[in-house]
Design a protein around this ligand. Structure first.
Ligand SMILES: [Zn+2]
Length: 285
């Protein structure tokens, strides 16, 4: 059953008047839906079916629980398969025209050790930023210096642009926090994503500290997100308070949040956060 057909059955289900009709439609979904994350996200059929969990007729409730369990297992298995196949496949080749030859460094990777000249601007602060970004980004990479340097120049340029082309405290703070994240030993994923062009510089400079955080948080986000495949509650502004997020301003962990699909259905959910202590608001996806 494709997404379109599923949506049709969902509509019938919402209009269904008798228990036997509901059971017939649920059974149809049970047998004909291949539960992939994509399909569940696109159609929100998991949310619709799950709503009938506490239906007055226990036969309906039991069937719903069975379906949801099967679909959850399906999504988990899909994820496992993906993890295995990506771990087993050779490193992704880049689309860049530069050589794919690995770089062997003589010491810790710094512009100096790699033979990269960072003095490209009149402004010492900007050159210093370029040097620091390079050292952070190259730390555990074997990419060629020229490739890293191109990215680094672009990252600095995007930061400079984001603060209205002025080297002031805003620029310094922005760079400081970005470099701190880039240097984080526990965050190889961030460096890899940038070097692989999965996060492009213009996007990178708009990302919040939460978005840049290491895998542990990303995993938690996946959990929340998975829950949203079957539970409508997360998608509404229920302002549940959690200690899961830290406020970037006051560092307290009293944050209320809700999630919304802001773009098309196959894009990730956006999480809107508000610090209950200082009122700071931010969002990420
Ligand atoms: Zn706060």
């Amino acid at each position: 059953m494709d997404a379109k057909e599923i949506v049709t059955v969902m509509k019938d289900l919402e209009k269904a008047e008798s228990d036997s009709q509901i059971i017939r439609l649920l059974t149809l979904l049970q047998t004909d839906v291949v539960p992939t994350e994509k399909v569940l996200r696109e159609t929100k059929v998991g949310v619709t079916v799950n709503r009938l969990r506490s239906h007055a007729n226990p036969e309906v409730g039991t069937l719903v629980k069975k379906i949801i369990k099967t679909w959850k297992d399906g999504v988990s298995q899909e994820k496992k398969k993906k993890a295995v196949s990506s771990a087993g496949s050779p490193a992704k080749s880049t689309t860049s025209t530069t050589t794919n030859e690995r770089f062997v460094s003589k010491g810790p990777r710094t512009p100096k050790n790699d033979g990269v000249k960072v003095e490209i601007y009149e402004n010492k602060t900007r050159n210093g930023s370029i040097s620091a970004i390079y050292t952070a980004l190259a730390m555990d990479s074997d990419e060629q210096p020229s490739k890293i340097f191109e990215l680094v120049k672009d990252i600095e340029k995007q930061c400079f642009k984001a603060v209205n082309f002025t080297v002031d405290d805003t620029y310094r703070n922005k760079l400081r926090s970005l470099i701190m994240n880039l240097k984080n030993k526990n965050n190889p994923t961030l460096r890899r994503s940038i070097l692989d062009h999965e996060i492009i510089p213009s996007k990178l400079v708009t990302m919040s500290a939460q978005e840049l955080a290491p895998d542990s948080l990303k995993k938690e986000m996946e959990e929340i997100y998975k829950k949203n495949l079957f539970d409508a509650q997360g998608a509404t502004e229920n302002n549940s308070v959690t200690d899961r997020f830290e406020c970037g301003k006051c560092k307290q962990r009293k944050v209320s949040y809700f999630q919304k699909q802001t773009r098309s259905a196959d894009e990730p959910l956006t999480t809107f956060c508000k610090c209950e202590n200082c009122g700071n608001r931010w969002k990420f996806s």
